[in-house]
Design a protein around this ligand. Structure first.
Ligand code: GLU
Length: 495
């Protein structure tokens, strides 16, 4: 086996990428990067009934969105292509014929109905539903007679009965019994390669050194090891990553906050946050001294990609299922929102603002940057941005009856009057000047805290919470603020 590390992500395009797939792709990518290896994207599309081109496109798009760029794949080619299984049918046929000629596989003429009946029989007797080997030793005449009846055979692999052992990088030593497996189909009667066979041929011909995948594939590994041995291929290293469960320990689904990456994207999670969160999920990262920046509870939770690559170690991935914690992901996301380059963040926020009916295309770019910058500390996902963005875009600020009550306090008349006077006098309201204005009102009206800030906030934004007032004041135009104060003063004047 060459020293060059080669790993692959091999999705079946039968649905959108879910968290488990993303984690598998990510660990393969990180492992390749750490070892200066190659990351290969192979599309396993032999389940013709369920495969859809739109899913394949969506998988590629999602991986690109995450920045998990591959070195070889369906779109960019590579030395070991084609990288789509449906284009490799002849290779599978060739290898199946070789096994057949070497007596390591045989033609099986059993009908699906017969196999199903025997399967049920075994199960009802409490036996494992293994193939009984009926076609293993057919005579030449029997084969010819089946062929004359027009029955197309599948090809079955002969499984030796001994032990199959391997060292899993996550789970340690694994042992399976060949006798539990039974001869299995490698090429179906319609000529389509079965999953285990296609994967083994592909991994070998693509010179894959490490197979990192979900633990749902663990029981396939002994089959793939046997096939590798039979075909004289090197056996790759295996790492089976645990499942990702929801907080209630059931399989992750929509109700846990995220099943597919599409949903997370739609909610406005940043790719860096998803990568950061999923990389450290179920990975026993060595604890940090308490109170380290980017850490909570002594564990470093904020880690940029380069550090993750440096630190990643498959052996430290936990064997037990990982529990998806949407709150932690949100917390990490808010960190990346706060620290993102403002032009890039604004670009990312654009579709969320547009979707909320806020038209941002005609406004000055630098002003829009200020708006987004003002809001970013208050949100955890980009889909929340419109909640605060409206205060900068709405023509009319509505003050609901509850907030109106707050404005009716007898101190408010003076507060709003002073606010307007001072704003009128200023040429350009920066955060510093806004601070000074607030301080001036505080002294003039002799009030502080909520009583001071709340009426100002309500008058300027219609809300009782939101970004820092001085920031809001430095973003809103002067005439807009005066218009809003006038509006807020009206109902009070009438009381
Ligand atoms: N195509 C398989 C899946 O999507 C993965 C195969 C493998 O990693 O061996 O689950």
């Amino acid at each position: 086996m060459s020293n060059q590390i080669r790993v692959r992500f091999a999705p079946s395009p039968t649905g959108h990428l879910h968290m488990g797939n993303v984690r598998t792709a990510l660990f393969n990518y990180l492992f390749a990067k750490k070892h200066n290896g190659s990351f290969i994207l192979r599309i396993e599309d032999t389940d013709f009934d369920r495969v859809k081109k739109e899913y394949e496109d969506s998988i590629l798009e999602d991986l690109k969105w995450l920045g998990l760029n591959w070195d070889e794949g369906t779109d960019c080619g590579g030395d070991y292509g084609p990288y789509r299984q449906s284009e490799r049918i002849n290779l599978y046929r060739e290898h199946a014929d070789r096994l057949l000629n070497e007596g390591k596989a045989y033609q099986c003429f059993c009908s699906p109905e017969e196999l199903e009946r025997k399967r049920k029989e075994s199960l009802s007797k409490g036996l494992p539903p293994r193939y009984d080997g009926k076609c293993c030793n057919l005579s030449r005449e029997e084969i010819v007679s089946y062929e004359q009846k027009g029955i197309k055979p599948s090809i079955r692999f002969k499984v030796e009965t001994g032990l199959i052992e391997f060292e899993d990088m996550v789970r340690g030593k694994m042992t399976f019994k060949g006798s539990d497996i039974g001869d299995f189909v490698i090429l179906r009667s319609d000529g389509v390669a079965a999953y285990n066979f296609a994967v083994t041929v592909d991994d070998a011909l693509m010179k894959i050194t490490h197979v990192i995948r979900g633990e749902d594939h663990l029981s396939n590994t002994p089959r793939q090891i046997l096939l590798n041995q039979a075909m004289g291929f090197d056996i790759p290293e295996f790492a089976h990553l645990s499942m990702i469960l929801g907080y209630d320990r059931t399989l992750l689904s929509k109700r846990h906050g995220a099943a597919s990456l599409k949903e997370l994207k739609g909610e406005g999670y940043l790719s860096e946050a998803v990568i950061n969160y999923l990389s450290l999920l179920g990975w026993s990262n060595p604890p940090l001294p308490p109170f380290t920046k980017g850490g909570r509870g002594g564990i470093r939770e904020i880690m940029p990609l380069n550090d993750i690559i440096k630190n990643i170690s498959i052996e430290r991935v936990s064997k037990s299922p990982a529990v998806f914690d949407i709150k932690k992901l949100k917390w990490i996301n808010s960190h990346y929102i706060r620290n993102k380059d403002i032009a890039e963040l604004t670009e990312l926020a654009h579709p969320f603002l547009t979707k909320a009916g806020i038209s941002v295309d005609t406004v000055d770019k630098n002003w829009l940057y200020k708006v987004v910058d003002t809001i970013r500390d208050n949100i955890e996902t980009l889909s929340e941005i419109d909640k605060y963005a409206r205060i900068f875009f709405d023509e009319i600020i509505k003050i609901d009856s509850e907030n109106l009550e707050i404005l009716k306090d007898n101190t408010v008349v003076e507060v709003l009057k002073s606010l307007k006077d001072r704003i009128e006098k200023e040429e350009n309201i920066t955060e510093e000047i806004a601070d000074k204005i607030i301080l001036y009102i505080k002294e003039k009206a002799n009030i502080k805290g909520k009583k001071l800030m709340m009426p100002i906030r309500i008058a300027l934004t219609g809300k009782t919470e939101g970004p820092e007032l001085k920031k809001i004041m430095s973003v809103l135009r002067k005439d807009e603020m005066i218009k809003r104060i006038n509006l807020a003063q009206k109902p009070i004047a009438n009381t």
